[in-house]
Design a protein around this ligand. Structure first.
Ligand code: NAD
Length: 374
């Protein structure tokens, strides 16, 4: 019997529709090879939704997402919308979507493929074997805290935001980190600034309390400034890095540099199970290369791998996708963002978005190897 899944696909803007096309192709191959029946419902979101409906997140889009098994989002935004008021821009739709699905746990795996060691600006001896996961709290902290604003006090403007967390918010994200660490290398590094910030002290206290239920997982703490340094100095030391919203935002972009291209990085945003999770590449809509068949579809491809692992509990499909990407990269195929001419006497083959997508579909095979990274 086939397993039925309903996926809402939000292609969005810029390179979004291009990488979404490759995602649809891949999902069709997965249906065939792994006995799934996958219904894909496409909805407007971001700039395209502003064009067609006047708002970045139409009610119908959110409702459809809420009723699906998983949401696959490509990328949104673009220069056309940059001058709109903040609340009307495509990016404000992202906050609405995360809030509407209660997606509080953002997972960003950072895995360095051996075949791409030369693509990073960091020395390859330091990178080899890096396999870490940033778990970022996504719906709290300074991005959402109140009061916030800019006002005039004593004849000058004052800007302020509030980094605020409740005990339960910290506890639920810490639990996610510990649960995932249990299935990986069993180590959590919690990031804070407890030497200065009260909210960080609470963060540290609650993480320590939560860790009591996970005695098989090693817990360590790092201040955010040291963590930023350690991530470049020796990324291999990390397994799961747990951070609040702002710190996690910055650290995960820093970690992205380890892999060589933002076009390689998938992500998942998980909630409490009431609503489906969101899977999306870390990159934006890349207006500079949109419509040119230049976008790397691998971040989107690996986001689908994460979807099968975290939402559909299917490690076989996850591993098959991951293996296919690895095989294609090992064989020397590259999109432009990860192309390095003539390194180690081997000249890679340059592919467009569509051709890379085709090859990944073609190489989706069994048997598979196990990877812990995404
Ligand atoms: P970006 O990620 O779109 O692009 C940054 C650089 O990386 C560009 O040079 C781009 O060509 C390149 N790049 C990105 N994805 C790539 C891929 N798959 N393959 C090859 N190269 C790739 O970031 P930006 O330029 O700062 O933002 C562009 C637009 O995207 C803005 O409107 C921004 O607000 C939006 N954005 C959206 C999201 C999202 O949808 N979640 C995330 C970040 C930025």
């Amino acid at each position: 019997m086939k397993t039925n899944k309903k996926i809402t696909l939000l292609s969005g803007d810029g390179i979004g529709p291009e990488v979404s096309k490759e995602a649809e192709k891949l999902l069709t191959v997965i249906e065939d090879q792994f006995n799934y029946k996958i219904d894909i419902e496409k909805k407007d979101f971001g700039g395209i939704a502003i064009d067609n409906h006047g708002v970045p997140l139409p009610e119908d889009t959110l409702k459809t997402c809420q009723k699906s098994d998983a949401v696959l989002l490509a990328a949104i935004g673009g220069p056309k919308y940059d001058n709109l008021p903040r609340e009307k821009r495509p990016e404000s739709g992202l906050l609405g979507l995360r809030a509407g699905l209660n997606a509080f746990a953002n997972l960003r795996p950072v895995m360095v493929f051996d075949s791409l060691l030369d693509s990073s600006t960091i020395k390859k001896e330091m990178l080899q074997g890096t396999d870490l996961l940033v778990v970022r709290e996504l719906t709290g902290g300074v991005y959402f805290g109140k009061p916030k604003g800019i006002e005039v006090r004593n004849n000058e403007r004052v800007g302020f935001n509030n980094m605020i967390y409740t005990e339960s918010e910290i506890k639920r994200i810490a639990k996610v980190a510990f649960e995932i660490a249990r299935k990986r290398k069993k180590k959590v590094t919690s990031i804070d600034k407890a030497n200065v910030l009260d909210v960080s002290q609470l963060w540290r206290d609650v993480v320590i309390e939560t860790s009591k239920n996970y005695s098989d997982v090693t817990l360590e703490h790092l201040y955010i400034d040291n963590a930023a340094m350690q991530l470049i100095r020796n990324p291999r030391q990390f397994d799961v890095m747990l951070a609040e919203n702002l710190f996690g935002d910055i650290l995960s972009d820093e970690a992205a540099m380890l892999t060589g291209s933002i076009g390689m990085l998938p992500s998942a945003s998980l909630g409490d199970g009431k609503y489906p999770a969101i899977y999306e590449p870390v990159h934006g809509s890349a207006p500079d290369i949109a419509g040119k068949n230049l976008a790397n579809p691998i971040a989107m491809t690996l986001s689908i791998a994460m979807m099968f692992k975290y939402s559909f509990n299917d490690e076989k499909v996850h591993d098959a996708i991951f293996n296919s990407v690895k095989k294609v990269l090992n064989a020397g195929y590259r999109t432009k963002d990860i192309y390095e001419e003539g390194k180690d006497g081997v000249t890679p083959s340059l592919l467009g978005t569509k051709e890379m997508g085709d090859l990944i579909c073609k190489n989706l095979f069994l048997p598979y190897l196990r990877f812990s990274s995404i």
